[in-house]
Design a protein around this ligand. Structure first.
Ligand code: DUC
Ligand code: ZN
Ligand code: ZN
Ligand code: ZN
Length: 483
């Protein structure tokens, strides 16, 4: 089956030029002027860009006593409606559960996906079995490993486990990832706040100040450095964490930071809204920050010290959020954003002049495809690449609202925001899933994207110190003479 995208302007991370695109069997077959034949899609006045990749979603995930509300069907449908053609979800093994067992559970859920997907593997406990399963995970195409430094007593791993796991990831050619918040300090602050009667959603923000994120980000970077492994820091939300990432990159380390669209566009005043539901719906970790931190995140995207914009899409209904009435620590952590990430970033990034269209493509698609080693199958407009494309109409406008969204939840954290810049068409492997707001997604169309490990490590030749190698024994026994 042939499809031609006609009269558009191609925008990639590097280039902007006028050309048509011919698609055969889900793959880009030709790029050039005046292509004809097959089904023609009119891209006049539009940009033709690589479809977005959201590398941070939690679909149908068991968490805090419930399940996140969007599943692989509604989640990928929401993504496609907003120009996102691939998601990377986190496999979350239970305590004592084997990694491949958990991966199978995720495969059972993701069969319903409307767009392509890949996985990261979460390391939620540590032991010989996990160590062994990590190599099976890499063999199965799941090469990135996420570690929670927060959620004490549940998902959190300690530093000894972090170091052991990072070394294992390094030896397998994988990518280490962290949710960087100091879980011990969060637990202490949470207990103190509750004891003082601070039970509302605003106390969630008090319990997770920027310092807990800055400290954990620094710690993860140093541990990754000692393990010689590249590090990806998810949901970088504050200057303290960004500063640590900037410094590491300046020193030549492969460390990447990922701000979320929510942290870029919403601030902590949301938690002081008089309506409990309004505030609780915005409870996520890390919490929204003040404007100073937002400025830092935008500056990071401009300068390249921050590489990727994601969502951490982990949606809960109002009813689920109300589990935390009277105790903020029981409000399920998470917000949606899959459908809104690209229109919000275009509106607040490109339309304001903060980002060029090419930078927009880089941070929504190409950079992460390279980091996760699925480029140029994804994140590129090149002959042979998957035809995951968005025909982006910069003049199209809408007001975001729960009433018209694809997500299953009953509200939207961006409710009432006007966006300008939306998909005219979204294509997943050549199939037109969205046409001018009309949803033509196909449940089960999505395919798993297996990824290869990559042997690059964080070692500069001139200062290679293998801290895990045996050390020379200089002295033996005890000194014959005392001090
Ligand atoms: N943060 C959230 O807000 N939800 C899911 C997990 C996380 O780290
Ligand atoms: Zn997280
Ligand atoms: Zn997350
Ligand atoms: Zn199809």
């Amino acid at each position: 089956m042939t499809t031609i995208i006609r009269n558009g302007t191609i925008v990639t991370a590097d280039l902007t030029y006028k050309a048509d695109v011919r698609i055969e069997n889900g793959v880009i077959a030709e790029i050039g002027p005046n292509l004809k034949g097959g089904t023609e899609l009119d891209a006049t006045g539009c940009y033709v860009m690589p479809g977005g990749i959201d590398p941070h979603t939690h679909l149908e995930m068991p968490f805090m006593g419930t399940y996140s509300a969007d599943d692989f069907e509604s989640g990928t449908r929401a993504g496609l409606a907003g120009g996102t053609t691939m998601v990377v979800d986190f496999v979350l093994p239970g305590q004592g559960q084997g990694l491949m067992d958990a991966a199978q559970m995720w495969h059972n859920k993701s069969g319903r996906a409307c767009a392509d997907y890949s996985y990261h593997m979460a390391i939620t406990w540590w032991g010989q079995k996990v160590w062994e399963d990590m190599s099976a995970s890499v063999d199965a195409g799941i090469t990135s490993f996420k570690h929670f430094m927060a959620y004490k007593g549940a998902l959190m791993v300690n530093d000894d486990e972090l170091f052991a796991s990072f070394r294992r990831v390094g030896e397998l050619g994988g990518l280490a990832m962290v949710h960087a918040e100091n879980g011990d300090v969060v637990a202490e602050l949470t207990a103190k706040l509750l004891a003082e009667g601070n039970t509302g959603p605003e106390a969630h923000a008090y319990s997770r100040p920027p310092q807990v994120e800055g400290e954990a980000t620094n710690r993860a970077i140093m541990i990754a450095d000692m393990a010689g492994v590249p590090l990806y820091v998810v949901h970088t939300s504050c200057e303290e964490a960004h500063e640590a990432i900037r410094r590491a990159r300046m020193l030549g380390k492969r460390v990447w930071g990922e701000p979320l669209i929510q942290h870029l566009t919403l601030d902590e005043s949301e938690y002081f809204h008089p309506d409990w539901d309004h505030a609780a719906r915005r409870v996520m970790s890390p919490p929204f920050r003040d404007k100073k931190h937002q400025d830092s995140l935008w500056a990071g995207l401009q300068s390249g010290s921050l590489s990727v914009v994601a969502t951490d899409h982990c949606s809960f209904t109002t009813e689920q959020k109300r589990f935390g009435l009277g105790n903020f620590a029981k409000i399920p952590n998470g917000t949606g954003g899959l459908e809104d990430r690209m229109p919000m970033l275009w509106t607040h990034g490109v339309n304001t002049g903060r980002l060029t269209p090419n930078e927009f493509v880089a941070v929504t698609s190409t950079n992460i495809a390279k980091i996760l080693n699925c480029y140029p199958k994804k994140g590129a407009i090149l002959v042979g690449a998957d035809a995951d494309l968005v025909v982006w109409d910069p003049a199209k406008e809408k007001t975001i609202g729960a009433a018209s969204q694809q997500s299953k939840i009953d509200y939207n954290v961006f409710e009432g925001q006007k966006v300008k810049g939306l998909p005219r068409f979204t294509l997943t492997r050549g199939h037109v899933a969205i046409h001018d707001g009309e949803v033509r997604t196909r449940e089960g169309h999505g395919q798993f994207v297996a990824r290869e490990p990559r042997p690059a490590v964080n070692r500069a030749l001139s200062q290679w110190k293998d801290l895990t190698a045996p050390r020379p024994v200089v002295r033996t026994g005890v000194p014959a003479t005392g001090v």
